[in-house]
Design a protein around this ligand. Structure first.
Ligand code: 4AD
Ligand code: MG
Length: 468
């Protein structure tokens, strides 16, 4: 066969020069139809949402056409011609065919269109071959590339933080243990407790819930860093917004304050959404048509609007006023509560009708490392709240004062033996700094319009599910 050409190349470029020449395409059969006189095979190779149409003479390819069914993998060599039918600019007139792999139509599960997302999750090993998952996965790649480009263009360094750690950054205790001890018969200390000193690392270790603490070490040496890696949380939240294994992007910047932090958060998300609109248009058009008719409009509106800066205290006032005016929330609202997603969505979708960056939260509901305000009640934490999603970013200015930080660590009973190295950043050349974490899959939910976070990562891990 002649050299293989990818379908994206054929459909995205001016290929007039190739018209009339013989080329080869390879991919998976989406549909086969036709009659006694002519057969049409739609092939997709994953490089683009669209298929290329192959036109074949049933008399010449009788045997092949019998074996080719939806899902089969084939290669076709033939002449590239302008398409007779509508819907595609070019098509291929088959001259020879190879069948790499048949797909038994009696058992291949992806026969008809319009399978439910729940069913597709059960065949997670094959769902990547659907149009929807192809679109989502191509966009996932584009967004990852955009993230690296954004930071690289601004002089940030990509900084790798460990996945195995001995400290609980968020202090929530929702960590997966990492151990090589025999669970049936672990070594015990003199009190009968498991002796973690005998474990692989000589201490109790777990998978990281955030790279931030090590990220701060990077930022206080390199100035501006970002991490982009897997993150693990053993929280038993079976919601459409939570995964047990997700990817997080965590920039950390020396000499940033609350203003420069929220500015970066806004600039970052807008850059990513604009990238999606500029470079993923085929996939977005498909998702807009098949998954969420408001998608493209919503993406455009985010790029064009100024995000609201909203102090927590003011947010609570708005919510209390809504309650006084008869609005019913499931969870009560008063100063000091952690906002539920219904509250966040009320503010974003009903009240302001645009993304909200909430700032200055009560210190009791936020992590130990956030910079304390002079009022002694609030800290310089920020959550970016998005339509449909709720919290997409969490971040803060960091407490750089050694004494204040230590007092907070002691108030919260965080074991100091795990924290000495972190506190050293405040003992030696401490500097004002700030950072945030963007949940990559929350971003993917927003840019694809998909409704469930399990459907924007190739192989989701959630309570009770680690298949594939
Ligand atoms: O708000 P979080 O817990 O903040 C941190 O971990 C900080 N250390 C970040 C920092 O300042 N460097 O998590 C950050 C973001 C959330 O806003 C959310 O988008 C995402 O991570 N996230 C999850 N995404 C999917 N599944 C989960 N279980 C998630 N938990 C948090
Ligand atoms: Mg958070």
């Amino acid at each position: 066969m002649t050299k293989r050409v990818e379908i994206a190349y054929l459909l995205k470029n001016d290929v007039k020069a190739l018209l009339g020449t013989t080329i080869t395409v390879k991919g998976w059969v989406r549909t086969k139809r036709g009659n006694k006189n002519v057969a049409f095979i739609a092939i997709n190779d994953g490089s683009i949402i669209h298929n290329i149409q192959v036109v074949a003479d049933p008399a010449k390819f009788e045997e092949e056409l019998r074996r080719i069914t939806t899902g089969a993998c084939i290669g076709v060599e033939g002449k590239l011609v302008e398409s007779q039918g509508s819907g595609q600019a070019v098509e291929i007139q088959a001259e020879s065919m190879v069948i790499y792999g048949e797909a038994d139509p009696d058992s291949y599960p992806l026969q008809k269109k319009g399978h439910s997302m729940e069913f597709l999750r059960e065949i997670g090993h094959l769902r990547l071959r659907t149009n929807t998952f192809g679109a989502v996965m191509r966009m996932r790649h584009e967004m990852a590339y955009a993230i690296h480009t954004f930071f690289h263009e601004r002089g940030f360094f990509y900084f790798h933080t460990p996945l195995i750690t001995a400290s609980d950054c968020e202090g929530a205790g929702e960590m997966f243990h990492v151990s090589t001890l025999d669970p049936e018969n672990p070594p015990r200390d003199k009190d009968g407790k498991i002796d973690w000193e005998k474990d692989f690392f000589g201490k109790f270790t777990a998978l990281t819930v955030s790279g931030q603490l090590e990220g701060e070490l990077g930022a206080t040496a390199l100035g501006k860093i970002y991490t982009f890696g897997p993150t693990f949380r053993a929280e038993n939240s079976n919601t459409p917004r939570h995964l047990a294994e997700f990817w997080m992007i965590e920039p950390e910047m020396a000499f940033y304050d609350l203003d420069s932090l929220t500015q970066l958060e806004e600039e970052f998300i807008k850059y990513l959404v604009r990238w999606a609109l500029d470079r993923c248009y085929d996939d977005l058009e498909f998702l807009n048509k098949m998954i969420d008719h408001g998608l493209i409009e919503r993406l455009k509106s985010v790029v064009d609007t100024d995000f609201v800066r909203l102090p927590y205290t003011e947010g609570i006032r708005i919510l209390e006023e809504a309650v006084a005016n008869g609005h019913k929330f499931e969870f009560p609202v008063s100063w000091g509560v952690d906002l539920a997603s219904e509250h966040e969505r009320f503010l974003v979708e009903h009240h302001f009708k645009k993304p909200v960056i909430m700032v200055d939260y009560p210190k009791e509901i936020k992590a130990f490392y956030m910079k304390q305000n002079d009022d002694c009640r609030t800290v310089q934490g920020t959550d970016v709240l998005f339509p449909q999603i709720g919290e997409i970013i969490g971040g803060s200015v960091r407490e750089e004062n050694y004494d204040k930080l230590l007092t907070r660590i002691n108030e919260l009973n965080i074991p100091m033996k795990d924290m000495w190295w972190y506190l050293d950043t405040r003992r030696y050349g401490s500097c004002p700094h700030a950072g945030f974490g963007l949940g990559f899959e929350r971003l993917m939910l927003f840019v694809t319009g998909m409704a469930n976070i399990r459907d924007v990562i190739p192989f989701p891990r959630t309570p009770g599910n680690a298949n594939f």
